[in-house]
Design a protein around this ligand. Structure first.
Ligand code: HEM
Length: 153
């Protein structure tokens, strides 16, 4: 009996597979450049700067790991810190709608300044837009104590 020919991959020979968002941002180095630029913009922003801790370095490194993972790279963030549970992790910071809008504007600017293709920016914002507004907690009665490097499940 002869072996049947392998099925072609779905879509093979029709349309090119779009690059993953991680690749579109430029892989690990690209993610790092965007997050570092985002942090420089936060540092200079009168609305967001006071919400962030005095020392930005540890948070910046966590964001690099998080975005690598979120965009389809290696899951180093969760290996170290457990489940992202982002809304919970943001409880210590009082975030209103205006701050969420500014956060998104600065992240978008950082991506554009690093030449992330517009098609990828649009796909990323489809996810980040709702996520940023989900972080709004200014009027919520929630625990505000710092979580630090806690591993969440
Ligand atoms: C799409 C929306 C957002 C994402 C994906 C995101 C992501 C993250 C991540 C991964 C961390 C590190 C968490 C940890 O492990 O401790 C973090 C921390 C933080 N985020 Fe966000 N965030 C978002 C929205 C916001 C907004 C709207 C604000 C408002 C200003 C904000 C302010 C902060 C602050 C102050 C920290 C702590 C930084 C530190 O500890 O140094 N985030 N965020």
């Amino acid at each position: 009996m002869t072996t049947p020919p392998l099925e072609p991959l779905p879509g093979a020979g029709t349309a090119p597979t779009p690059p993953s968002l991680f690749d579109a941002v430029g892989g690990r180095e690209g993610v790092r450049r965007v997050v570092e630029r985002f942090y420089a913009l936060v540092e200079a922003d009168a609305l967001l700067r006071p919400i962030f801790p005095a020392d930005l370095s540890a948070g910046r490194e966590k964001q690099v790991l998080f975005f690598e993972q979120w965009l389809g790279g290696e899951p180093h963030y969760s290996e170290r810190y457990g489940h992202p549970r982002l809304r919970r992790r943001h409880f210590p910071f009082v975030i209103d709608e205006r701050a969420a809008g500014r956060w998104l504007a600065l992240f978008t600017r950082a991506m554009r300044e690093h030449d992330v293709p517009e098609s990828a920016v649009a796909r990323i914002l489809e996810g980040l837009g709702p996520l940023a507004h989900h972080m709004v907690n200014a009027n919520d009665d929630i625990p505000r104590e710092p979580l630090g490097d806690a591993r969440l499940t």
